[in-house]
Design a protein around this ligand. Structure first.
Ligand code: DLL
Length: 450
């Protein structure tokens, strides 16, 4: 099977636009009638439903942002009675109340279909086993992948996140072809396999579907070698539906992820002005759900920074998005320079001696923000040097390590424009994923404020 839904996934551009425009017009009328929040905001903006005829009219409408979801907690953005929903999910924010999402039966069907499309794009086929190591629960990852896998006709193993012993046992004994989990947890599993002397060739798994947090080519290389798989990106967010908003094709890895744009219409806008940006430019990703019933969202500001573009020679007609550089609320501003943690990861991957395992530590010194970075050196590199003590001053480290440190400081300065206090540390000394999302930034400024 090359496509889960061949007709839609290869629909010519003009037909896709026509479908989107029809769906958008219906959606606008539906929300205006059913959700007071939208009616009020559109009236304030002086827009009537009849003014929205095509996706090109979207910029006339105001954005919906996370605080709007909180203000309408828990159910005030629902367009159908709560009793008509068949499932609720929620994402636990770092502050305050979670964000709630409701699904009608049709929404769950849509969710399952976009995940099934994503699984086929990842290289899955009916009959393969899927070890589902995303968390089950209010998080959309576990159940979202589960329903999509079943719809495709895979054999789903609902192990949930964490429990590394059990994951390894199942990988060896149930012999799944596919695993899905966060990229940081796939790093952890790769390392555990190596530590236990389990060779990737002894396993049956050939595909890892990774998402729910930003990751880069460096992690792809590590996981592909460490687990003996093709690592493929899956993206999504609960507010829009969950996993399966977009997905990479396994044969087109590294060229972006297809957005299932017959259901989720994307825009990329300037993060400061909200103005639409041209194809290919980086900005904030904004989605309009074209077909959801229970809690459709109009122009939802995801905070995720990326770009979108068409690749006309590729397998599907849908638009692609590049990797997420970071969330605009995770962006650090260090001495006036904007920085996403993935930019540091990008530099690290240029060094063969380093692991894509790092931590950024932000602190405040008077009015100045300071950034320190810890990066792990590969085990083999240290062994070849007779295991120097990395706790020592850089000046007394062996020449090769001192040069490595100097080269990293220089490259970071060149590429990012910042001098950072960098320390090279032992492999395994930086916290690993326990099964879910891993925070690579330790912000000591926050704990001081509280
Ligand atoms: O993380 C849904 C999901 C589950 C996606 C499993 C993929 C796999 P939330 O918990 O609501 O939903 O978090 C959504 O996670 O806005 C991004 O900032 C980030 N994110 C999700 N996928 C990726 C990805 C799920 N592939 C937020 N790359 C989003 C980078 C990602 N960031």
């Amino acid at each position: 099977m090359k496509y889960f839904n061949p007709e839609i996934e290869t629909l010519p551009f003009d037909k896709l636009r026509k479908l989107q425009n029809e769906r958008l017009q219906k959606l606008v009328a539906y929300l205006y009638e059913r959700v007071p929040f939208y009616k009020k905001r559109w009236e304030e903006a002086g827009v009537r439903p009849a003014d929205i005829k095509s996706v090109q009219d979207l910029p006339k409408l105001p954005f919906t942002r996370k605080p709007h979801l909180r203000e309408n907690y828990p159910f005030d953005l629902f367009a159908i009675p709560v009793k008509d929903t068949i499932r609720l999910h929620a994402s636990s924010g770092t502050t305050g109340k979670p964000t709630v999402v409701g699904y009608s039966r049709k929404d769950i069907d849509t969710f399952s279909e976009v995940v099934a499309r994503s699984l086929v794009a990842s290289g899955c086929q009916p009959g393969m086993k899927l070890q589902n190591a995303y968390g089950y629960g209010l998080f959309t990852g576990g159940l979202g992948m589960h329903y999509g896998g079943e719809l495709l006709g895979m054999t789903v193993i609902p192990v949930s996140g964490g429990m590394t012993e059990r994951q390894l046992l199942l990988l060896q004994d149930f012999r799944p072809e596919v695993i899905c989990c966060t990229p940081s947890y796939a790093q952890r599993l790769s390392e555990e396999l190596a530590a236990r002397g389990i060779s990737p060739e002894s396993l049956h798994v050939h595909t890892a579907i990774l998402g729910a947090e930003p990751w880069t080519e460096g992690i792809r290389t590590q996981v592909e070698a460490g687990m003996g798989v093709r690592a493929v990106n899956i993206y999504g967010l609960s507010e829009i539906i969950g996993p399966g908003v977009s997905n990479e094709d396994y044969e087109e890895r590294g060229t972006g992820s297809y957005i299932w744009e017959d259901h989720f219409f994307p825009e990329v806008v300037d993060k400061d002005t909200g103005e639409p940006l041209p194809e290919g430019a980086y900005g904030v990703l904004v989605f309009t759900t074209l077909t959801k019933e229970a809690m459709p969202l109009m122009r939802y500001w995801t905070n995720d920074i990326t770009n979108i573009y068409y690749e006309h020679s590729h397998k599907r007609t849908h638009i692609k998005m590049g990797p997420i550089r970071g969330r605009s609320d995770d962006m650090l501003i260090i001495r006036g320079v904007n920085l996403f943690p993935t930019q540091v990861e990008d530099v690290i991957q240029d060094f063969d001696q380093l692991l894509p395992s790092y931590q950024l530590i932000v602190s405040r010194d008077g009015a100045m923000d300071r950034l320190a970075v810890k990066v792990e050196v590969k085990e083999g590199v240290l062994r070849a040097m007779g295991r120097p003590n990395l706790e020592q001053q850089t000046a007394v480290l062996p020449d090769a390590l001192r040069n490595l440190h100097g080269a990293l400081v220089k490259k970071i300065k060149e590429r990012i424009g910042l001098t950072m206090a960098i320390s090279l540390v032992e492999p395994g000394s930086i916290p690993r994923s326990e099964g879910g999302k891993l925070n690579r930034v330790l912000d000591l400024r926050k704990s001081k404020k509280e």
